[in-house]
Ligand binder design. Structure first.
Ligand code: NI
Length: 224
């Protein structure tokens, strides 16, 4: 399941992030790429050694931990702290698959889901689409500022060359409590449906029944 989530970050957050990134040093993105991805990665990353960047990173992580739709779609068990990336004119990240295991402050993590939060107005740069390649073909994403695409880390993907302006994004990875995408999707559908029932009719017998199934499936499938 590939999911786009609107307005994960507020306009105020976006403004502060862009201002801070404008005043920050960026490093060659190849420093954090695996050996084969390094050959096609041409972008830059803000250094989290800088206190201002570290504070923004922590703020984005807190926002995500409080975001209901993100939480029920991803069910994170562990998350890698987000990185801020920049693609200036001519920069690109060719086809690659993200590393299956990544280091985190809490130890190694299996990557189940990858995400990109777009930080700039799509009209402010040319190119820079995130392109996923699946058996159904290519899908291209260039989302409004503050919106997120969440996709399985098993997906082959790339960032097309930026031909004008600059593309800013926050990117991250997570290990889910539910390893298999099909199971996560079942839980996501049940959870969103029971919330719709709750909004429409309140805490009905149908709501209770779906909540019970959701909880019991999670008991069967969750790795904690
Ligand atoms: Ni990637």
């Amino acid at each position: 399941m590939i999911l786009c989530i609107d307005k994960v970050l507020t306009d105020d957050q976006l403004q502060r992030i862009r201002q801070t990134l404008d005043a920050s040093d960026f490093r060659d993105g190849r420093e954090t790429a695996g050996w084969h991805a390094r050959t096609v990665k041409r972008n830059q990353q803000a250094s989290s050694q800088e206190p201002a960047i570290a504070a923004l990173r922590d703020e984005v992580m807190q926002t995500l931990s409080a975001h209901t739709l993100f939480q029920i779609a991803a069910r994170p068990r562990r998350m890698k702290p987000v990185m801020f990336s920049r693609y200036q004119q001519g920069m690109t990240y060719g086809n690659h698959v993200d590393d299956a295991v990544m280091p985190t402050p809490q130890g190694p993590m299996r990557t189940d889901l990858s995400f990109t939060i777009f930080l700039g107005d799509p009209d402010s740069y040319e190119g820079g689409e995130l392109v996923t390649e699946t058996t159904q073909g290519e899908q291209r994403f260039k989302l409004p500022a503050g919106s997120m695409i969440l996709y399985p880390s098993s997906t082959l993907h790339r960032v097309d060359p930026v031909t004008q302006g600059q593309r800013l994004a926050a990117v991250g990875w997570l290990q889910s409590q539910v390893r298999h995408p099909e199971q996560r999707e079942v839980l996501f559908d049940l959870d969103t449906t029971r919330r719709q029932i709750f909004e429409r009719d309140g805490k009905t017998a149908e709501f209770d029944s779906i909540s019970k199934s959701l909880a019991n499936l999670l008991r069967m499938w969750a790795e904690i």
